[in-house]
Design a protein around this ligand. Sequence first.
Ligand SMILES: [Fe+2]
Length: 202
Amino acid sequence: MAFELPKLPYAYDALEPHIDARTMEIHHTKHHAGYTNNLNNAIKGTDLEGKSIEDILTGLDMSNAAVRNNGGGFYNHNLFWEILNPEEKGRLSGPLKEAIEAEYMSVDAFKESFSKAAATRFGSGWAWLCVHKGGKVEICSTPNQDNPLMPGVGCGGTPILALDVWEHAYYLNYQNRRPDYIEAFFKVVNWNEVERRYEAAK
Ligand SMILES: [Fe+2]
């Protein structure tokens, strides 16, 4: 079974004005679709074919650039779409809020640290909130399409919140103003989904 580009769980214009419809459409139908197709081509006929994307990434040979870049791109965007949603964002609460406060003192301080990780990632990459077994949370950042599931990226655990800081994610609306895009991102985070992922992974 080849990997398939997932449908977005909302319309392209659902995140307006924070993330514009044109950016969402290009991001999904061109960039994410490209990673999906290239991943399928890269694993076709290899022993990776038929494995889950999580198994492929956790056991990845990091010198396999095609699977590293496209498998990462496929997985990262799947997560990104699912933790966005203006209508069901809820509020950060419960055990995840407590874990964040235990590590970062307050929700505001957590947002500041996460925003800094996203803003200071040079070039293209991602900012993450990950959960370790036992429930401890950690903010980190990776370059390109690397992610915390991959071995040796200096960032571990299960990612439960993801922010794409490639220019393709914001340039049409924000040009070089990445900090404005990061601020807008927090207005469309689906905290209910992030909390669900925290409970499942901790
Ligand atoms: Fe992207």
